[in-house]
Design a protein around this ligand. Structure first.
Ligand SMILES: Cc1cc2nc3c(=O)[nH]c(=O)nc-3n(C[C@H](O)[C@H](O)[C@H](O)COP(=O)(O)OP(=O)(O)OC[C@H]3O[C@@H](n4cnc5c(N)ncnc54)[C@H](O)[C@@H]3O)c2cc1C
Length: 480
């Protein structure tokens, strides 16, 4: 993966820049020791690494503003970072950049149950937002599988989703407002505690902007009442395509489960070995969850199992109690960890129309055979958000490049069938050079014009989202 040449002028001024940052932050919030900066050299896309110039850990919006003011004056690139779980290399530093981590900003600032919102600092982890309101029977809906670790900051930047987003929508559907600091240190407020504040929808623009427009420091999030009950059913099949057809039929029938998750054999085997969830011996399985009152659950599950039976399942297992429901989810929730234990992998994130699932799964198997790398599939099937995991050996020369080539083919396939490059993980560095497969030059130009307005010097999160050659040219013009 090509990265830009670091700015020699910034590298040569490291000591002065660090000294200025120490004037506005506590001593332990500026990390410039080379060994310690290694902790920030990559995110969850570990194939690509580069230690930053230094890392800073501010604790408030004011401190973030002070850091950005200095970096702006010094012409230093800044890479915002939440918990570093991005699978797209979104938080990968460049050698001349300051990593701005929001991990210390994890306070709950306000909770309003009557008006159903919570305001938090964005370093707070996703799961601990629900943790803060569950005693009152509320929850925060977007639930990335990384929710124990990932921060609301990263969720907003990537517009993250999760298993239950089929019903509740992704981050953008649950975000009401943000406080954001622009690259020159200016603090702005977008949205608020109310629905649709009027004016231009800049909040919509910021959600999913991958740290390109500003550093989000506080967020107002919609919280929801917990449903009366929920129940998953596990449906096992002897073919990926048939499982795909079943998903397509469930969606076509107009039932709206809260989640439809898909796993294929390589994934099932890895999860069984890792989590011992009791999954059957089969080629593919679906976990379909519905929620509501007992009567609503029974009605929806009745319809779903009726559709599933038409596809001749090997097993249909409806959870009988909370324990069994937990076991059904256990394997799926630990899927990435389970795969990581046995192989290096790269996790893709293309989205396709649900009706194209059988065709796309078939073509992925063909591509996997042609290029000679195994692919395991685990994904949010209900909304067509695929996560093919390409298995490779990072220690074998040439395998990473083969993996990148297969990944590119699969993502192009997603675009070809009417889908897109990314459903929830973002573009980052991983897909930046494929953006012209999805967007015409004028479309990309419109997106870059937005960046020109928010970050005219192109200092925020360099080398991400836009094809490298194009963004570097833009950065050079901005620097003149
Ligand atoms: C095991 C595993 C499972 C996962 N499952 C899912 C899943 O189900 N659904 C899903 O959507 N994703 C999933 N992910 C991907 C990842 O967890 C999400 O993208 C998450 O939102 C990243 O959050 P983070 O705090 O770790 O962000 P980081 O990785 O630190 O950063 C991600 C991006 O956000 C930007 N950013 C960070 N903080 C700020 C800020 N304050 N202001 C502006 N920009 C900022 C960064 O520059 C970067 O571009 C998974 C990852 C792993 C490792």
């Amino acid at each position: 993966m090509q990265m830009p040449e670091p700015d020699a002028r910034v590298l040569s001024r490291k000591a002065e820049i660090v000294a200025r940052l120490r004037e506005v932050l506590p001593a332990d919030a500026v990390i410039d020791d080379e060994a310690e900066t290694r902790a920030y050299e990559c995110d969850a896309l570990t194939a690509y690494r580069c230690p930053p110039l230094c890392a800073v850990l501010p604790a408030s919006t004011e401190e973030v503003s002070a850091v950005l003011t200095i970096c702006h004056e010094e012409g230093v690139p800044v890479v915002p970072r939440g918990s570093g779980t991005s699978l797209a290399g979104g938080a990968l530093p460049t050698a001349d950049s300051v990593i701005l981590g929001v991990a210390r900003m994890n306070e709950v600032l306000e909770t309003d149950y009557e008006n159903r919102f919570i305001r938090v600092q964005t370093g707070r982890t996703n799961l601990s937002v629900t943790g803060a309101v569950e005693e009152e029977d509320f929850f925060y809906a977007p639930d990335p599988s990384s929710q124990l670790a990932c921060a609301i900051a990263g969720n907003i930047a990537m517009n993250s989703g999760g298993a239950h987003c089929l019903k509740y929508g992704v981050t953008t559907n649950n975000l009401l407002g943000v406080t954001m600091v622009l690259m020159d240190g200016t603090v702005i407020e977008l949205g608020g505690a109310h629905l649709d504040p009027g004016g231009l929808d800049l909040l919509g623009l910021v959600c999913g902007s991958e740290g390109q427009l500003g550093v989000v420091t506080e967020a107002t999030l919609r919280i929801l009442r917990k449903p009366e009950g929920a129940r998953p059913v596990l449906i096992a099949f002897n073919s990926n395509e048939v499982a795909g057809e079943c998903v397509s039929d469930i969606i076509k029938a107009g039932v709206l489960p809260v989640a439809i998750e898909f796993m294929d054999r390589p994934c099932i085997v890895a999860c069984e070995a890792f989590a011992k969830a009791g999954y059957p011996d089969c080629e593919a399985l679906l976990i379909v969850e519905v929620e509501g009152s007992e009567a609503e659950i029974a009605e929806q599950l009745g319809l779903i199992t009726q559709i599933a039976r038409r596809h001749d399942p090997v097993e249909l297992r409806e959870a009988q109690d909370a324990d069994e429901a937990g076991r059904i989810w256990l394997g799926r929730k630990s899927a990435f960890g389970a795969m990581g234990q046995i192989n290096d992998y790269m996790c893709l994130d293309g989205t396709i129309p649900v009706s194209a699932l059988p065709q796309v799964l078939r073509r992925i198997s063909e591509l996997s055979r042609e290029i000679g790398l195994e692919v395991a599939n685990v994904f949010h099937a209900g909304d067509g958000n695929m996560h093919p995991l390409i298995l490779f050996n990072a220690n074998q020369p040439g395998e990473l490049e083969k993996c990148e080539a297969l990944g590119a083919e699969i993502l192009k396939l997603c675009v070809e069938v009417g889908g897109c490059l990314t459903g929830e993980h973002g573009v980052g560095i991983e897909k930046r050079d494929l953006m012209s497969v999805q967007y015409a030059p004028a479309d990309l130009e419109a997106q870059m014009a937005v960046k020109d307005v928010f970050d005219p010097g192109w200092l925020l999160n360099p080398a991400k989202v836009f094809p490298l050659a194009v963004s570097e040219a833009r950065r050079a013009v901005a620097a003149e």
